[in-house]
Design a protein. Structure first.
Length: 130
């Protein structure tokens, strides 16, 4: 199975798809700091109007809808990539403060900030002389 095949998903989720387009799993980088986790997903073609981030129970779902990619007044001669929608799910632990999650999208890159809950942030213990 090629890497390209691994990046496509089958439209077999429980919800019924209205659009008949391919759905891809976006590539994601995850970074961690003392304060938060940062999730950066490549979703070319999406913007703030066509991307959704939902959190239900412990499941964080990111999805994006892309137009057909056709450019007006031009006909496609050659294409090296396919156009489709995006969807990916993540399971969050209780270490994430769900009320403070932030999402931004710019030029097809979705950036999520997942702040750590206060109870799991590292704390410095002061040492007193006896």
């Amino acid at each position: 199975m090629s890497e390209k095949d691994l990046q496509k998903t089958q439209n077999t989720t429980v919800t019924e798809k209205i659009r008949n387009v391919k759905t891809f799993v976006p590539r994601v980088d995850i970074y961690e700091t003392r304060e938060a986790l940062f999730l950066i997903a490549d979703m070319p073609g999406v913007d703030e109007k066509t991307v959704d981030v939902e959190l239900e129970k412990n499941i964080l779902t990111i999805s994006g809808r892309v137009d057909n990619g056709k450019v007006e007044d031009y006909s496609l001669v050659f294409s090296e990539y396919e156009v489709g929608d995006y969807e990916r799910e993540f399971t969050l632990s209780d270490e994430i403060d769900r009320e403070k999650i932030k999402a931004t999208v710019k030029q097809g890159v979705l950036r999520l900030e997942l702040p750590k809950a206060e109870k799991v942030k590292p704390k410095r213990i002061t040492i007193n002389a006896a």
